[in-house]
Design a protein around this ligand. Structure first.
Ligand SMILES: *[C@@H]1O[C@H](CO)[C@@H](O)[C@H](O)[C@H]1NC(C)=O
Ligand SMILES: *[C@@H]1O[C@H](CO)[C@@H](O)[C@H](O)[C@H]1NC(C)=O
Ligand SMILES: *[C@@H]1O[C@H](CO)[C@@H](O)[C@H](O)[C@H]1NC(C)=O
Ligand SMILES: *[C@@H]1O[C@H](CO)[C@@H](O)[C@H](O)[C@H]1NC(C)=O
Ligand SMILES: *[C@@H]1O[C@H](CO)[C@@H](O)[C@H](O)[C@H]1NC(C)=O
Ligand SMILES: *[C@@H]1O[C@H](CO)[C@@H](O)[C@H](O)[C@H]1NC(C)=O
Length: 436
């Protein structure tokens, strides 16, 4: 039974699945545990390595992959303007949730992990050795309208004199870095800066008097694991009724973009405490994840409703980012999580086990009762198709690239939670951009 317990050290995470003949729920928990360990580990590492972001990189440079490697992907038929009845994007009218990924070889991301100096090593897949490149050339095409391309100049103009802040976990940090990288190339060297902190990191575009910020709060509410992070989910205690120490950093922001999901999904009950951590950590109660999530989100919603003036501040919420730790979900019997995947899923009905519909409905119910309007950036379905776009083994642990040995063991070491950049979070920001 101890296999069910995510252990504090990823090095201890070696339950041999092959030896067991587990039934499905058991497997799911084990996979969740793996997923979570991967998450935790990369979190901690990024914390550790982010302070050294400006140090010269000593990583070996991989040349960009040659076109000859990229055969075999069907080019989509180009849009026929005469028969295309999709209308221009109007956030009131068009749902971005339903659509498909269209391959377009000529579409180039606005940045690379070599050109943008602000990317964490964790998500710099090409630098970390990923050679297949198709994953960078898919565009999300909603069924009923066209989603405008991200335009850096327009984005910066819209942010003039404003603060845009992403708040949440490492997936939200990915979205923040993506946004920064999509605009920073427009700005000369001496007119921009990035200051990193334990909780708050701020990119400044001086001439625009604009900032693009990230605030670390993986549960949004307080926990004893915000900083430093506690590896063992069983030792984490949340203050589901309290957000004030985080939220005081969210005031006077013009555009707030929140998320929180994957940290709640460790598979263990959530320990919740009322009052302060100072009286020791006793007296907590344990709740099933959806219950605790409901309480935590209500605390967040109350803060928004009582502190945000909707005439001054726009509020967005990025829905859950899917994880791809069970290749069985998409019918790959002997696969290793998302490892080796090079194409999105085509089945439009696909919805993997890494996206919990119950958790989605918690968010949805709470937000619909709020006074302050919150706009969803509903990325779950479109991202769920993208089994090909995770960092996989092209990531780091302990500030070091995975070793050849670790790469050869993707079942334990592939990161199928975070996304390569450039990549899928660019599309999340394309949706955000369309709403600005
Ligand atoms: C593919 O991308 C190129 C370059 O951005 C663009 O000009 C072209 O219209 C796109 N093709 C389709 C079919 O969307
Ligand atoms: C909030 O911050 C104050 C002062 O920094 C500290 O004493 C208190 O314990 C914090 N509360 C929580 C819930 O972290
Ligand atoms: C927002 O603006 C509207 C219309 O100008 C006004 O009626 C309302 O009181 C304002 N709300 C707040 C919270 O300032
Ligand atoms: C999966 O692996 C097992 C054992 O190696 C093998 O017997 C089976 O045929 C494989 N299944 C598929 C679909 O490749
Ligand atoms: C990964 O893909 C390569 C090329 O398609 C293949 O040779 C290799 O066996 C695959 N590895 C695994 C573990 O599936
Ligand atoms: C997001 O979209 C999915 C469909 O892809 C839908 O089931 C879900 O309710 C939406 N979430 C929210 C919060 O609106």
């Amino acid at each position: 039974m101890s296999l069910l317990v995510p252990s504090p050290s990823p090095l201890m995470a070696k339950p041999s699945i092959a030896r067991l003949k587990p039934h499905l729920p058991f497997l799911t928990v084990v996979f969740c545990a793996f997923a979570f360990l991967a998450l935790f580990y990369t979190e901690r590492i990024t914390f550790f390595s982010s302070t050294s972001i400006f140090k010269p990189k000593s990583c070996p440079r991989k040349s960009t992959p040659s076109k000859t490697r990229e055969k075999g992907v069907e080019e989509e038929r180009s849009r026929d303007p005469l028969t295309d009845d999709r209308f221009e994007f109007d956030p009131e009218e068009c749902s971005v949730v339903k659509g498909k990924w269209v391959f377009n070889r000529s579409m180039k991301p606005l940045y690379t992990d070599q050109s943008c100096p602000y990317l964490d090593r964790q998500v710099s897949c090409v630098k970390n050795g990923r050679v297949d490149s198709d994953y960078r050339h898919w565009e999300w095409q909603p069924d009923d309208c066209t989603l405008p391309r991200f335009n850096a100049e327009i984005a910066l103009k819209k942010l003039r004199g404003k603060r845009l802040m992403f708040v949440g976990d490492s997936l939200q940090r990915g979205q923040w870095q993506s946004f920064v990288c999509m605009v920073e190339w427009m700005i000369p060297e001496d007119k921009k800066s990035l200051k990193r902190g334990r909780f708050l990191s701020v990119f400044t575009a001086k001439e625009y008097k604009a900032t693009i910020e990230f605030y670390w709060a993986p549960f949004l509410v307080h926990s004893n694991s915000d900083n430093p992070i506690i590896g063992d989910p069983k030792q984490r205690i949340l203050r589901v009724d309290s957000v004030a120490n985080h939220s005081k950093h969210w005031t006077n922001v013009d555009i707030l973009v929140f998320n929180t999901y994957v940290w709640w999904m460790s598979g263990v009950k959530i320990k919740s405490l009322w009052g302060s951590f100072e009286n020791g950590e006793e007296g907590y109660e344990e709740f099933d994840t959806p219950i605790a999530y409901t309480m935590g989100l209500k605390t967040w919603a109350n803060w928004v409703d009582s502190n945000v003036n909707p005439n001054m501040t726009r509020v967005f919420f990025t829905t859950m980012s899917p994880t791809h730790t069970r290749s069985m979900d998409w019918g790959r019997v002997n696969g290793s999580k998302c490892f080796n995947e090079t194409k999105p899923i085509r089945n439009r009905k696909f919805w993997g086990s890494g996206s919990d519909k119950g958790m989605m409905s918690v968010v949805s119910k709470i937000v619909h009762k709020m006074k302050v309007p919150v706009t969803f950036i509903n990325i779950t379905q479109l991202s769920d198709y993208r089994i090909d776009a995770h960092s996989s083994v092209f990531t780091e642990t302990g500030g070091k690239l995975l070793t050849a040995e670790q790469k050869a063991d993707p079942l334990h070491h592939a990161d199928c939670i975070h996304w390569c950049l450039p990549g899928v979070p660019d599309t999340w920001n394309q949706i955000l951009f369309a709403h600005l």
